[in-house]
Structure formats: structure tokens, C-alpha cells
Design a protein around this ligand. Sequence first.
Ligand SMILES: O=P(O)(O)OC[C@H]1O[C@](O)(CO)[C@@H](O)[C@@H]1O
Ligand SMILES: [Fe+2]
Length: 206
Amino acid sequence: MAIAPTSHRIDPQSGVLSAATGRYEKRLADLDGIYADNAAFAESVAREGDRVVYYVHEVRPVAARGDLIFGTTFMEPGRIGDEFFVTRGHIHAIGNRPETYYGEAGEGLMLLESPEGETQILEIAPRVMVYVPPLWIHRSVNTGAAPLVMSFCYPSDSGQDYGLIARSGGMATRIVADGAGWKAVPNAAYRPRSKAEIDAILATQD
Ligand SMILES: O=P(O)(O)OC[C@H]1O[C@](O)(CO)[C@@H](O)[C@@H]1O
Ligand SMILES: [Fe+2]
């Protein structure tokens, strides 16, 4: 039986996606261990731990290999200390699954890192399409003063692996405020991956 075609409307300001099959949100208190400034994070959680940092609307038609998952990410503007709000970030559990992101509103960055530890930073803004190639860890950063809204699409069997970043002490690069703009700085807690761990990531391809 064929799957019925569907059409969905995106509100670029709120990221609300009509006829989404799922929605989730991440609040400040859910994001422990992501930011460098532990004291600033603890203070923010004590003051407003319930505050939503980002939310996702998505459509998952079926879980079958070869299908797509698509949706929107809405990110509030803000910082922990001098570090801009970010998504948790992940590599796909099947590492060679790619993804696209398209800017709907606001301005920010796609922070990318290869298994070997190379950093790439791509700016995202309305009408900009970003391609996340297979095997790149990816995290969105809202560097603006307004919400950052993006739409995304990736293969339905990709999965998300959040442990890889955690085991390395975070991503190699952090994005911090620099006057009215941003700059990339090294993450002092970063531990480069061993050859064995890089090989394990490469082995998740099919
Ligand atoms: O899954 P994370 O790293 O919290 O980030 C959320 C974003 O990534 C996605 O998992 C898509 O890869 C979406 O849910 C959203 O674009
Ligand atoms: Fe992804």
C-alpha cells in the first residue's frame, strides 16, 4: 500500500510545522554538561531552568530505510556566560547519513566536526541551505539577537548518537560573543579521539 503524499506549512517565525507527527523541546535544565562556564550554567538553571532553549517539530512518515525525516528547529537567542545557545549536537548513529538545513529566520552557525577533529563553521541565515555531509558531527548555534529557525531533512534510519561528543569533552570548538558578533575559540576540555574510536565511527557506515 503506497504512503499518502503530504504537504506541510512552515511558519518561519515560530518554526511551527503543520501536521507534524512529533514535537519535543529542550529546556535549560536538560542541557547540563554542554557549556564551558559551569557557574553561569548553574546560575541560569537556578533562575530559569524551565526556560525552553530550543524545540523541534518533525514529520516521521515511517521508519523504513530509504524514507526521510523532516522538520524545523526553533532556537531562542541567549548565552551561558559568553557562549551562545547551542543544540546538543550529534553524529548520526549510522555515521554516513547526511542532512540538510535551510535558514527560515534569524542568523546562526552550523558547527561541524569530523571524527578526526577538524572543525568547519558555516553561517546560516534565511534562504541559506547548509549541507551536512556523511560522518560530520553537527550542532546549531544561535549567534543572533532573535530566534534562529531552520528546517531540516535527513534519512529516516540515521539515528542520533549524543555519546560521542560527551566522551570527547564536547566539540573541539566553542562559539562565544565577540563584541556584537561571534568568534570561535578552542574548547579547553576537548579530548581528541583515539584511532580506535575514529575507526569505530567509520565502522557505523553501511
Ligand atoms: O538533536 P539535537 O542535537 O538536540 O539537535 C536538534 C536538531 O537536530 C535534529 O536532531 C535533526 O538532526 C533535529 O531534531 C534538530 O534539527
Ligand atoms: Fe542530525
